[in-house]
Every structure is written in structure tokens, then in C-alpha cells.
Design a protein around this ligand. Structure first.
Ligand code: NCD
Length: 362
């Protein structure tokens, strides 16, 4: 691709920015939460576009609310079948056109690496609102603001993550981010089939970060400061049988909660299906509805930060192109949008795809 754009600050992966940058965004989110009226006209006349190729309630509406509360306006679609995507338009062309109408573009897509692919040709900053089972950085900013407000800190926490750790993009982004703060430890509760991906475990191993994998919530809930529950994501399984075999294995109820610390914070990116019983909602440890609300303030902070002219501009691709190599991940955007560069980073005998982070044997 010879028209790769480099002049915008996108949020594709939080780890493209230094930790101080995330802290700045989260702290600004806290400041906006405390003084929203000061920010009500900061983006008068600006336009935010939402391109949602996958269903969403909170992420899409919290971005819309964030932009409206900053004084801006909105365009976009939440159902690609009513846009030119239904006529076969590729991601490159849709992005190129919509980014010439808007000041900032938020994208959610079922394929891993789609936000990075969009950023390559966008004429405005792109925000990744979830790319398949890969990453969800703005949910992580939301989770960080929640921890800051509910636990008072982002370090020295024992964080349990439970449920779909394989396909859970919120889990991958959160673990990558929280592993950068000192003293955090992780406890992963999942079946072997939905285990946390090896590329995430490799990051923890390389950083010497403590973690354990446990098969039952009862066996480890007592040591946690934070419990991050997740839904088993029906739409990411190859068949209904595989999904049925995994659902309803991990359920947080009042009985299990009795074993936890009194100041445990229970988070969930939502939507909840059955993995937290409704009788937990009234418990002081249940933070998930507050968490959804905090998402608006941190997204206001993010939009303001990305639209500031002096925000840093991370490089989108820094690996090498291997145009004869096919990424081994069927759900990678490079296997669908064929004009994209097959860009990889060296990783031992394996190449790591720069769009989805999966490994491909040379
Ligand atoms: C999550 C997502 O879309 O990845 N939800 C969200 O953005 N708040 C989790 C999920 O769908 O289960």
C-alpha cells in the first residue's frame, strides 16, 4: 500500500502509547467526571463517526454520549447492511470516505486487526472499539478509571479474570495494560478450551509477572482484589455445540461472593448473560453498572486527547512485509481485505502478524 497515512494519533492498542499517556487519559476522565460542565463546549462543531460492523450497546452509546456531552455531533452506522458495505465496499474505501467527513472515527469490526487496517488510510484519528477477539482498548481505559475510582489505585492488585479468556478482547487488553503497573498479579479462571492466548501469557512471562490458572472460581476468589467476569461469546464459536459445552460453567452468585474479600470489586464489560446472578447486583462489591457509566467520561477524555495537535503519533507498522505469507488466523483482517500489506514481526521461528498478533510458522 503506497498511501499509508502517518499524521494522525489513533488508538488501536493501548500498548502503542507509554503508560504515562494512559494515566493522563484516565486522570482527565476523572477530572471530567468531577467537573463535566467545564468540558460541555470543548468540541462544538466537531463530528464523530461510528462505524459499527458488530452489535454494541455500551461502547457505541457511550461514545455517542461522550461526543454530545463535549458539544460535538454524530454520524455513522450501527448496521453495515444498511450502508454500502452491503454492496461489497471494502474497509479501505468506507474508511477513506467517512474519515473525510468526520474529525474522529470509532470502529468496531468482527475481524482482528480491522482498526489498524482502517487507520492505514484514514484522514482522521481512528479509535478501536473492538476488533474481533483481539483487543478493546477503550474498555480497558474504562476499567482503569473504574479501578482508580473504586479501588483508589492501579497497582498492587490481585486481579482475577473469569470466563471466555480466549476470545475476550476486553480480557486481552486489560491484562496487557495492568501488567505494566507494579505489583499486579493475575488469576485466570477458565476451561482449558477458553484459556488465555499464548501471546498474552508470553507477555506476562517476559515481564516476570506472577499469574496462575485455576479451574474453579471457588478455589481462588478469596485472594482477589478485583474479579473481572466475562460472557461466553456465542458469536465467536465455530459451532453451537462448542458454545453449549462452554456456557454456564462459571457463574458468580451470592454464595460464592461470600468467600471473597469485603472490598472486592466485581467488574464486567457487559452484556451479562448468566455469568453473574442478578442477586449480586445489590451487593456493594458489584461495580459493573458504575463501570459502564464511567466509560462515558474516559471516552470524553480520549476524544479530547486524540484531537489535541500535540498528542504523540505511534507508528502503525514497523515490521517487515512477507507478501507470500498468509496469516494463520482465519479471523485476521489480512485474510479478508487482500490489498493489505502482510506485515509481520520476527518472533523466534514464528512471525507475529502486526494486525492480529497471531503467530504464523514460516
Ligand atoms: C464487550 C465486547 O464487545 O467485547 N462488551 C463491551 O464492549 N462492553 C464484551 C462482550 O461483548 O461480551
Amino acid at each position: 500500500m503506497n498511501d499509508v497515512k502517518t499524521e494522525y494519533s489513533h488508538l488501536i492498542d493501548l500498548n502503542d502509547y507509554p503508560v504515562e499517556w494512559w494515566e493522563q487519559v484516565v486522570n482527565l476522565g476523572k477530572e471530567i467526571y468531577e467537573n463535566p460542565e467545564k468540558y460541555a463546549h470543548k468540541l462544538d462543531g466537531k463530528i464523530l463517526a461510528t462505524l459499527f460492523y458488530e452489535p454494541s450497546t455500551r461502547t457505541q452509546m457511550s461514545f455517542q454520549t461522550a461526543m454530545l456531552r463535549l458539544g460535538g455531533t454524530l454520524i455513522g452506522f450501527d448496521n453495515p447492511s444498511t450502508s454500502s458495505v452491503a454492496k461489497g465496499e471494502n474497509l479501505k474505501d468506507t474508511t477513506k470516505v467517512v474519515s473525510s467527513y468526520a474529525d474522529v472515527l470509532v470502529i468496531r469490526h468482527p475481524l482482528a486487526g480491522a482498526a489498524k487496517a482502517a487507520a492505514l488510510t484514514s484522514d482522521c484519528p481512528i479509535i478501536n472499539a473492538g476488533d474481533g477477539g483481539h483487543l478493546h482498548p477503550t474498555q480497558t481505559l474504562t476499567d482503569m478509571l473504574t479501578l482508580k475510582l473504586e479501588k483508589g489505585r492501579l497497582n498492587d492488585l490481585t486481579i482475577g479474570l473469569c470466563g471466555d479468556l480466549k476470545f475476550g478482547r476486553t480480557v486481552h487488553s486489560l491484562v496487557k495494560a495492568m501488567s505494566c503497573f507494579s505489583g499486579n498479579k493475575f488469576v485466570f479462571f477458565s476451561t482449558p478450551e477458553l484459556r488465555i492466548p499464548s501471546y498474552v501469557r508470553d507477555i506476562l512471562d517476559a515481564g516476570g509477572i506472577e499469574y496462575e490458572e485455576i479451574d474453579a472460581l471457588e478455589k481462588g476468589i478469596d485472594k482477589l482484589d478485583v474479579l473481572y467476569m466475562t460472557r461466553i461469546q456465542r458469536e465467536r464459536f465455530a459451532s453451537e455445540e462448542e458454545y453449549s459445552a462452554q456456557k454456564d460453567i462459571y457463574v458468580l452468585d451470592r454464595h460464592k461472593l461470600m468467600r471473597s474479600k469485603p472490598d472486592l470489586a466485581v467488574l464486567h464489560p457487559l452484556p451479562r448473560v448468566d455469568e453473574i446472578t442478578v442477586d449480586v447486583d445489590g451487593d456493594s462489591r458489584a461495580c459493573y453498572f458504575k463501570q459502564a457509566r464511567y466509560g462515558v467520561f474516559v471516552r470524553m477524555a480520549l476524544i479530547l486527547t486524540l484531537l489535541e495537535n500535540d498528542c504523540c503519533k505511534p507508528k502503525l507498522l514497523s515490521g517487515k512485509e512477507y507478501n507470500n505469507v498468509k496469516c494463520s488466523n482465519d479471523k485476521c483482517i489480512t485474510n479478508c481485505e487482500h490489498y493489505l500489506p502482510k506485515s509481520f514481526k520476527g518472533f523466534g521461528d514464528n512471525l507475529e502478524c502486526e494486525f492480529c498478533n497471531e503467530r504464523t510458522l514460516l
